[in-house]
Design a protein around this ligand. Sequence first.
Ligand SMILES: C[S@@+](CC[C@H](N)C(=O)[O-])C[C@H]1O[C@@H](n2cnc3c(N)ncnc32)[C@H](O)[C@@H]1O
Length: 219
Amino acid sequence: METMVEFLNWFDATTSVESTVAKARSDWRSRIAAFEGYADLPKERSLEIGFGGGRLVAQASKDFTEAVGVDIHEAFHRTREFLALQDVQNARLLHRDELPSLTHGSCNFIYSFIVFQHFDTMEEVDFYLDQCARLLAPGGRCHIFFGRTDAGVRVVDAKDFTKRACSLFIEPPLFRERAARFGLKSLEYEDRMRRDITRPEGPDNVSVQARVLLARVAD
Ligand SMILES: C[S@@+](CC[C@H](N)C(=O)[O-])C[C@H]1O[C@@H](n2cnc3c(N)ncnc32)[C@H](O)[C@@H]1O
């Protein structure tokens, strides 16, 4: 991956840095931050689960004092390069294993977009739900987008896996039930979303993702 575009394209199809930034702005405004109450959230710290090239961390950095991201890939230096290109100076990137080092109740907003569908076990879902319950600040919100299926849980075998393909699909009510086990209540959800929000609903315009907005039951 020599160029920045090649690097960004690995995570989300793109042909230029500008189009990545434009798409990130649109995903941020019309999906990730598009829920009632976002404007009123305290904006001290956000956390992205699976930041990839950093396009959404760059969006979060405009709203939050600190925009943290966690991932497992081995090219954090390229993500930092992208963030520097965008003049982002308040981001912090952590490896998955460093996540427990974040203080309890220290995140006002946790979000994850096109990531849970790339996990290959429900244990990984549980790891992050547990961390979300631990890290959410009182009154905080967690917005998770995940791969959906109509029945149960479907895991795609590693040998059938191709670049950008999804590996984990969860029936939305099961996901919400799972979150409840960790003390997270579902405030709003969409089990069937449009893939392209500029086009009308229809059988040819269905996203592979569903979404759920979570808060601590204790709040
Ligand atoms: C398709 S990219 C999405 C990146 C970013 N959320 C975006 O919308 O541009 C998926 C990202 O999830 C990350 N990922 C996959 N499994 C993960 C895990 N178990 N923990 C954290 N990140 C993970 C990958 O390394 C990759 O960066």
